[in-house]
Design a protein around this ligand. Structure first.
Ligand code: GLV
Length: 302
């Protein structure tokens, strides 16, 4: 009799992933790996039966102990924290969960409205108890929201902002209608969602921020795609504000000047949260598609 396939799940949070995955994957014995750094006897007892791993950062040595592994499914959208060279040579699927994309889009939309409606400027005036003139309204149709790195999540951000009447423009390496600096110059807000790799490290630097001029940078992608020194310098100049959910080092070190900067809002990497309730069916669909040799959304090119 065929053995039940085992799915091993990395226990990075409160353990809610296992019941949600078990619900939608009845053919699997879904088990938790309690601590990625400590061998877990229970999960390892039948290493030969493990066919799928749902993880964020299980070490490659751990994955190598599963000789019949068919696929690795990530609990998040990014994968720059993994060394692809060392991972077993099986399909690696990043999580493309529409609910997570919507979460990110609403985070962005709330800030876009904040700046388009001049709430930052009115708050500064309120601190002096005087309404000063000189703030003429920019109507929604004229407020340009650009997504730098317009992939699957970026397109959700663009659609959400467009549905609310904003003027939107996307830029991705494979699809753009203007050079990068022109793109930054054309935007009131740039939303950074560009994936981090060697080509994009520090890609938003002095010249892009100078082109953005008195616009706003929102980073919900990866911290290291922005040159932080250049950002701080731009904020000393015309740049209006920055909203940062991601950083070179996370959690943000307490010595960072970003914490206290009056023009910077920091949040602790919460723009898009992985939710096992919505992610589990997406993962189950990927498992089924892989087994049927069908196209799988989120397949990482290796
Ligand atoms: C979070 O940053 C993710 O990649 O899902």
């Amino acid at each position: 009799m065929a053995r039940t396939a085992v799915m091993v799940v990395e226990g990075i949070d409160d353990g809610t992933w296992v019941p949600h995955l078990a619900d939608v994957l009845p053919g699997f014995d879904v088990r938790l790996v309690a601590d990625p750094d400590v061998a877990d006897a229970d999960a390892d007892a039948d290493a030969d039966a493990v066919t799928h791993v749902v993880m964020w950062k299980l070490p490659a040595e751990r994955l190598a102990t599963y000789p019949n592994l068919e696929a690795i499914l990530l609990m998040g959208a990014g994968y720059n924290h993994l060394d692809l060279e060392t991972l077993p040579d099986v399909p690696l699927i990043r999580l493309i969960d529409p609910a997570m994309a919507n979460d990110i889009a609403l985070y962005v939309l709330s800030w876009v409205i904040h700046f388009q409606r001049d709430f930052d400027r009115f708050a500064a005036m309120a601190r002096t108890s005087t309404w000063r003139g000189g703030v003429s309204p920019v109507f929604t149709r004229d407020f340009v929201v650009g997504v730098f790195g317009a992939g699957v999540i970026g397109r959700t951000v663009l659609d959400t902002c467009a549905q609310h009447g904003f003027n939107t423009v996307g830029w991705s390496r494979s699809e753009h209608d203007r050079p990068i600096e022109q793109f930054f110059a054309d935007c009131d807000v740039v939303v950074d969602l560009v994936p981090l790799n060697e080509a994009t490290r520090g890609v938003i630097g002095a010249s892009e921020l100078a082109a953005l001029d008195d616009g706003v940078l929102i980073n919900v992608g990866r911290g290291a795609t922005v040159d932080t020194d250049a950002l701080l310098q731009a904020l000393d100049g015309p740049l209006r504000a920055a909203v940062l959910d991601v950083f070179d080092t996370e959690p943000l070190p307490s010595a960072s000047p970003l914490w206290q900067h009056p023009l910077v809002t920091v949040t602790p990497h919460v723009a898009g949260r992985s939710d096992p309730v919505t992610a589990a069916p997406v993962i189950a669909a990927s498992v089924a598609a892989l087994r049927a040799d069908a196209l799988v959304e989120g397949l990482v090119e290796r």
